[in-house]
Design a protein around this ligand. Structure first.
Ligand SMILES: Cc1ncc(COP(=O)(O)O)c(C=O)c1O
Length: 313
């Protein structure tokens, strides 16, 4: 099955047709997972097309590259501008998803790349609807605890959004789907809750909102951070804490956050009904303030919505 998402892709300094944006089969990244990437969403708002937390995503992109000592020949501001340009050039009718990627390309064979190993950089974009289904956003999704644990600390760094990390995500997500669930949640190697295959997890119990800390092998999501800040704005406090598996079964509400999943309620875990088995009131309230950013109902007091027509400085 092929996929032609957008019309144009920016690759190594040029905007080229989608089908021409290819890499060599001997690229280091294909063999060893040595790529870093981002997932960013654009939203059509009453004030035009905006990209949510573009600068923060691109900072994380460069941080992921830093962990792997991968140097790109482009400055962060240049690639921020490219993300805006590629959205404009593709003239999307619906909300786009933007995917910057840097990968170790064709170079001398061997595991440890030389400092001057070629790094290919690309930014693609395509229209992408609700990751876990639009029905899931309202009704909630059914998830399972994965038999696969998340990467242990000091093995593969969870805070880097690197291609290789997503072998863990693929095992978790594929197992969940094979068993008839929308998504899987993985535990950390200490047995406490880590995160979904591509989403952070929040738990509501007795009016208290909790989410696992960065030490629980999570990618520190920007949506997670946005929800913590938006919750504060409406008078709700989020506590970062280690969460035992069984606390999920006993929760009043659980929800996922992520660029792809946005804010998605979870209605059951391992076929155990969470709360009333439907979207809970706190999840609904947080969805409203989150999606309100894009409809204009929530004030963008943090400057998270970045205009595609403004020039990156
Ligand atoms: C493993 C993982 N955890 C969490 C997230 C959520 O991060 P963000 O909200 O920055 O998209 C993602 C998505 O990027 C992810 O892949």
């Amino acid at each position: 099955m092929t996929f032609a998402g957008g019309k144009l892709i920016w690759m190594n300094g040029e905007i080229i047709p989608w089908e021409d944006a290819t890499v060599h089969v001997m690229s280091h990244a294909l063999h060893y997972g040595s790529s870093v990437f981002e997932g960013i969403r654009g939203y059509k708002t009453p004030d035009g097309m905006k990209i949510f937390r573009l600068t923060d995503h691109m900072k994380r992109f460069y941080n992921s590259a830093k962990i792997y000592r991968m140097s790109m020949e482009y400055e962060c501001d240049e690639l921020i501008q490219v993300c805006k340009d590629i959205v404009v050039e593709n003239a999307f009718e619906n909300n786009p998803y933007i995917r910057p990627i840097a990968l170790l390309g064709l170079g001398p064979p061997g595991l440890a790349p030389k400092a001057d190993h070629k790094v290919d950089v690309a930014v693609a974009a395509w229209e992408w609807g609700a990751y876990l289904g639009s029905e899931g956003l309202e009704q909630g999704v059914d998830v399972c605890i994965s038999s696969w644990q998340r990467v242990a600390p000091n093995t593969i760094p969870a805070m880097a959004k690197a291609g290789g990390n997503y072998l863990s995500g693929q095992l978790i997500s594929t197992e969940a789907k094979r068993l008839g669930f929308a998504e899987g949640i993985a535990l950390s190697t200490d047995g406490t809750v880590s995160e979904g295959a591509g989403e952070n997890v929040f738990v509501v119990a007795d009016g208290k909102i909790m989410t696992p800390p960065s030490s629980s092998s999570i990618l520190t999501g920007l949506t997670r951070d946005a929800i913590v800040k938006l919750a504060e704005k409406i008078g709700l406090e989020v506590t970062e804490m280690a969460i035992p598996r069984e606390a999920l079964y006993l929760a009043d509400e659980i929800f996922f956050t992520g660029t792809a999943a946005e804010v998605t309620p979870i209605r059951s875990v391992d076929r155990i009904k969470i709360g009333a088995g439907s979207r809970g009131p706190i999840t609904k309230e947080l969805q409203e303030v989150f999606f309100g950013l894009f409809s204009g109902k929530t004030e963008d007091s943090e400057g998270w919505l970045e205009d595609v027509s403004s020039k990156a400085s």
